[in-house]
Design a protein around this ligand. Structure first.
Ligand SMILES: [Fe+2]
Ligand SMILES: [Fe+2]
Length: 247
């Protein structure tokens, strides 16, 4: 992809590169242990950039990512709620878990995270943000951790023998860890990374939007995208905290 010019950093006499700006924020730590503290820090800081003003300025491509986060978050909360209910009932629900793993593998791992990595993050790297360290290094590592969590759930969903109490305990722990990890990851992107991209890389965002659209059509497929949204809706309706008749 071709590089576009960078907007001068607000309030500074000399323009900072996008990479310098991110590095200068000093917000991204290297471990998950630090992430809770950092997330609180993001929220406090982002009193400045959240809300209507930001959404008005946010490019359609980034707004799409935020919308996908909302969908993923709802299914994560549904998964946690459902796993608790399965444990309480002592149920063997391998086939139902396959619905969740289908959604998280195809929509979160393969559509959403791949799209970020192969389009948005590549643009950031073109503008000097390091791939292996700092904010992008952290985002890439968290995507891998999310994919590892999905694989853990896939193993439980496809295990050959019925679930034991230990398996149900493993399900609850895996669902809770995955949910915490991915919710925190998405909040970092919503509240820090995307606003930063919006401020610093506006000239390339139109191209990112076009690439996202191409990705959805040619990589994921429009029909598959619609199927996954319907699957999300069905999982939330059947197993979400407010699903009728659910414990
Ligand atoms: Fe991400
Ligand atoms: Fe994301």
């Amino acid at each position: 992809m071709a590089s576009g010019p960078l907007r001068p950093h607000r309030g500074g006499t000399a323009p900072l590169s996008f990479a310098q700006t991110l590095q200068g924020e000093g917000l991204f730590g290297e471990s998950l242990a630090e992430s809770d503290r950092l997330s609180k820090h993001f929220r406090k800081r982002l009193g400045l950039v959240r809300g209507v003003q930001l959404r008005r300025r946010m490019n359609a491509a980034l707004a799409d990512l935020v919308a996908e986060h909302r969908i993923i978050a709802r299914v994560l909360k549904t998964l946690e709620h459902w796993a608790g209910s399965v444990a309480r009932r002592g149920a063997d629900a391998r086939s139902e878990l396959q619905g969740f793993t289908d959604f998280f593998s195809r929509f979160a791992d393969e559509h959403h995270h791949d799209k970020e990595e192969r389009v948005l993050f590549e643009v950031m790297i073109e503008h000097g943000v390091p791939r292996e360290e700092g904010p992008l290094g952290m985002m890439f590592r968290e995507h891998e951790q999310c994919r590892a969590s999905t694989r853990q759930l896939v193993e439980l969903a496809h295990q050959h023998h019925p679930w034991s109490d230990a398996d149900r305990g493993a399900l609850c722990a895996a669902a809770s860890n995955y949910s915490k990890l991915l919710l925190l990851h998405m909040s970092k992107e919503d509240e820090f990374l995307y606003p930063m991209v919006t401020r610093q890389l506006p000239p390339v965002l139109q191209r990112v939007a076009q690439e996202f659209s191409r990705f959805k059509t040619h990589e994921t497929g429009e029909d598959e995208y619609r199927r996954l949204l319907l699957l999300a809706e069905s999982l939330v309706a059947r197993h979400g905290p407010r699903a009728p008749g659910r414990p």
